[in-house]
Structures are given as C-alpha cells and as structure tokens.
Ligand binder design. Structure first.
Ligand SMILES: Nc1ncnc2c1ncn2[C@@H]1O[C@H](COP(=O)(O)OP(=O)(O)OP(=O)(O)O)[C@@H](O)[C@H]1O
Ligand SMILES: [Mg+2]
Length: 486
C-alpha cells in the first residue's frame, strides 16, 4: 500500500532522481515534472497529495505553482525547495500558501520529517472534511432537496424550530413545499412519535369545518347520531397542520384563535370545554398581512400564528436548485416505473432552467414524471417536455408595443420547432381555458369565430380528442374577420 502521492518539480534531472529515490524508498508514490507548466498539467489530470517544488526554474517559477495549487479546493499542500542563500523567496512562498520549505542541499532526514508532517496535516484536513460532510448530511433533511441559500435558511429555521413546540407559519406560493416542510418540522420535533394531523381549510365546506376541527356532540344537528371527535382532539399531544389557513372565514378564525389561546375546544352542540395540547403549524399562499389590512383576516390570529414564519422561495427565485431537483425527481420516477435511472440532456436542462415554473416544485415534479414515461428510456430530452416548458416565454428586453405592456419572445429549442404543433397547442389551451366555448377562445386568441372554427377542424381538435367539438356553443358575437389573424 502506498503512503501517498507526491509530485516532485525540479528543472535539474539529478535532483529529481535523488528525491524520487529517497521518497520511493519510504513507500511514497512519486511522479516528477521538470517545470511548473508540466506540474500544472499533471496536477490538472489527477490530484497529488503533496507537491515538492524547486523555487527557481526557467519559465514559470515555483512561486506561481504555489499560488495555483493553494487556490484549489481543497488546496494541495506544497513544500518549496530553495537555495540556502535565498530565504527571502522561501518566506514569500510561505505567504503565498506553501506548507513549508526546505533549503538545499537537502538533508534526507529533514526531507522525510517535513514530508511526514505534511501528510499528518493532510490527514487532519481530510478528517475535518469528513466531519463537515457528516454534519452537512445530518443537517440536510431527508426528501427536501435544495442548496440555494434561501433553502439553507429554511433548513436552519427548521432545525431551530423543530425542537420546540412553538407555532409555525409557513408561507409560499403553491407547490413550493409547504406541506413537506410542515411534516419535516413535526418529524424532527418532540412529538414525532405521534401522528401528524393535516387538514386543508380550503377543501372543507364552510358549513362542515367547525365540526371537522372541533367535533360534535350527539344530536348537535340532524345526522349527528353519535358524538364525534374533531381534528384538534385527534391531534392532542401531536401536531395539527392547518393548511391554507388564509381560506378560513372570519367566524372560524375566531374559534381557532380561541382554541389557540385557551388551549381548549368545545364540540359543536356541546357545553363543556375539553383541554387539548396541540402544536399548530399553519400554511398559506396568501399574504396574510395584506389580508389583515383588508379586514379579511383577524390581526390577533395572525400574530398568534406568526411566532415563527418560514418563507419558502418560489422555484424561479432559486433556479440553481433545478438540476438537483430534476435529477431527484427523474431518479424517483424511474424507480417507481421500475426503470434504470437516466440523465437529462443539456438541451432539456436548459429549458427547465429557463422556464418560470408558476406551479413551482410540484409542477417540476409532474413534468419530469411525465417525461420519464414519454422518454425513450435512455435520456430525458427536450421533446419529452410539455409545450409550455419548451416554448417558455421571457419578457423581452426590447421595448415592445406600449399597449401590451410587456412583450414576450419565444425561446426556441435548438432542435427546431414545428409551427403547426405550436399553433395546435395554443388553440387547445385556449379552448380548455374557455370551457370549450369557441367564441371565448376566439377572443383569447384574437381570431374570428370562423377562423377558429376552421382551425379546430383542420387540427381535428375536440373536447374528447374525438371528432367534432363537444359542447354546444353560443352564437358567435361577430362573424367578420377578427382583429388579428394567425
Ligand atoms: N425542496 C423539495 N425537495 C423535494 N421535493 C419537493 C420540494 N419541495 C416540494 N417538493 C415536492 O413538490 C410537491 C409539492 O409540495 P407541497 O405539497 O409540500 O407544496 P405546497 O407548498 O403545500 O403546495 P400547495 O400550496 O399547492 O398545497 C410535493 O410532491 C413535494 O414532495
Ligand atoms: Mg399544500
């Protein structure tokens, strides 16, 4: 087994050979170079543990080598060799980051002692790196991908807040990972052994939400044939995740506030209060402060919830995380489909990076799941991405027609496009978003009713992909040519 790899740099052949012999006899693996340039070339192709270099050489001198190597991450340790008369230059080399220096003529024992010390130091550096890596791994949270600094701030807060029982408010656009973070906070906290209880305040009809949250007594209303526990009670000694809390009506806001303040709840139709010990994590994609300002959200509830806020950045503001997320989702989708993992081509990645992701991480996940199914099984290519990602638009830098405010320009994939496919897709989208009412879609597209009708037939676009447009349509408002024809 070798003790380590050393590169010896000296313009004198005899010197190189002496060093090689001594060091090799000690079990080091030695390579030689006769100039700084050759050393950099060799060092560029593989890493050495240690570089021993003469300072004065023709061409680039040893000092420049020291500068280069100490800039690497992690830096390569360099020991410089210098004539006895030029200690100044040795000192200079130390300032540039050299590990140590040797004076010529070299003494075998000195040489081995200093080399040995360099390897000891290296061991420490590596150990530190390992520790740091382990720390980072511990610091990372399973299933949450991201290394953008805004995500690191999220992880930081998550760690601080999980160990406590404090109320947390998670804010962020749809699909940014609010629920994922809420679950992680619970999983890393003192209540992790109890089930996480989640409820979406948007999904439950207003008339049901009170009994859902607080339960009801037998006979509280028609159909209440027996007493039922609410989610606050289910989450006793655990965590209750109130998702989309911005959707609660003001009446329910008061009741939730009371539950938070008094730490007790009253079932619908009941007279007595029941103590509950619930940790609340709430989430919203609304700006609650603004809602408070508009009188739509109770300020006192907002302040109760806002003890710790975790803001989640939209994906477009941390696009450097896209490659990592993409790889993660592709790997997961491949696993699920029982396929070997496959790479994302540069071209496809470029499109993923350019897109603005209004649906954030959730949308990226869905796009890649679909891409894995569509792909040839070898790679994810741009053709496997949906049209809106392939033809994403960015605000143009050139000033556009003032009437339209921002103008948009298309980013074309270098593989070329098929204009008809684009046209078809736009028409399809317009039809879908206008509920298949031709007149509405025509307006959206800036086409006349008749032009759109013609194109629907031409592209054989219909609601169910069969023939003819499904829904009966309104009478067209205008029959003349539209304001703009495609
Ligand atoms: N940082 C991330 N790393 C890995 N997966 C993520 C990340 N963020 C979100 N996801 C995934 O994206 C999807 C959406 O996340 P989640 O449901 O937590 O978002 P949300 O903010 O609650 O969205 P909504 O407001 O629409 O409910 C989930 O499948 C989740 O696993
Ligand atoms: Mg959610």
């Amino acid at each position: 087994m070798t003790k380590g790899q050393i590169l010896v740099v000296d313009d004198e052949a005899a010197q190189r050979e002496i060093l090689r012999t001594i060091l090799a006899a000690e079990g080091y693996q030695v390579e030689v170079a006769k100039s700084a340039a050759e050393a950099l070339d060799k060092g560029g192709r593989r890493r050495f543990d240690l570089v021993l270099t003469d300072l004065r050489m023709p061409g680039a001198d040893g000092l420049s080598l020291v500068r280069e190597l100490s800039r690497e991450d992690p830096p390569t340790l360099v020991i410089v060799m210098t004539g006895f008369g030029s200690l100044d230059s040795a000192e200079q080399a130390m300032k540039q980051g050299a590990f140590d220096y040797l004076t010529k003529p070299l003494e075998r024992d000195d040489l081995l002692r200093i080399v040995g010390r360099a390897f000891e130091r290296m061991g420490l550096i590596q150990e530190n790196r390992l520790l740091r890596q382990q720390l980072e791994e511990r610091y990372r949270i399973e299933g949450i991908v991201g290394s953008h600094y805004r995500m690191r701030e999220v992880f930081d807060k998550l760690h601080k807040v999980s160990s406590s029982n404090s109320t947390v408010l998670i804010v962020g656009e749809s699909g940014t990972g609010k629920e994922l973070i809420a679950r992680a906070i619970h999983r890393h906290g003192p209540r992790r052994d109890r089930p996480f209880v989640a409820v979406s305040c948007a999904a439950i009809p207003e008339t049901l939400i009170e009994s859902e949250l607080f339960g009801y007594e037998k006979g509280a209303f028609t159909g209440a044939v027996s007493r039922r526990q609410g989610l606050f009670e289910t989450a006793d000694k655990s965590t209750l995740f109130l998702d989309e809390i911005g959707e609660l009506n003001v009446n329910m806001q008061s009741k939730v506030l009371r539950a938070l303040q008094e730490r007790e709840i009253r079932r619908v139709g009941g007279h007595d209060s029941t103590k509950v010990d619930v940790r609340i994590i709430a989430a919203t994609n609304k700006n609650l402060e603004e809602e408070v300002g508009k009188g739509r959200f109770r300020g006192d509830l907002y302040y109760r919830l806002n003890v710790v806020t975790v803001p989640l950045p939209p994906l477009r503001e941390r696009s450097t995380d896209i490659p990592q997320l993409a790889e993660y989702f592709v790997r997961r989708a491949c696993d699920e489909a029982g396929r070997p993992p496959m790479p994302v081509t540069t071209e496809a990645m470029r499109l993923l990076l350019q897109y603005h992701w209004p649906g954030n991480v959730r949308q990226l996940e869905a796009v890649l799941q679909r891409a894995v199914l569509l792909s040839d099984g070898q790679k994810i290519d741009y053709a496997d991405l949906p049209i809106e990602v392939r033809f994403s638009t960015l605000p143009s830098r050139e000033p556009g027609p003032a009437a339209h405010g921002a103008t948009y320009r298309f980013l074309l994939p270098s593989g070329g496009i098929e204009l008809e496919a684009v046209e078809r897709e736009f028409i399809l989208q317009a039809m879908e978003s206008s509920g298949w009412v031709i007149a509405k879609a025509a307006k959206l597209l800036g086409l006349s009713y008749r032009t759109l009708q013609y194109r629907l037939e031409k592209f054989q676009i219909s609601r169910n992909g069969g023939d003819g447009v499904g829904a009966p349509d309104e009478e067209p408002g205008e029959t003349g040519p539209g304001p703009r024809q495609v």
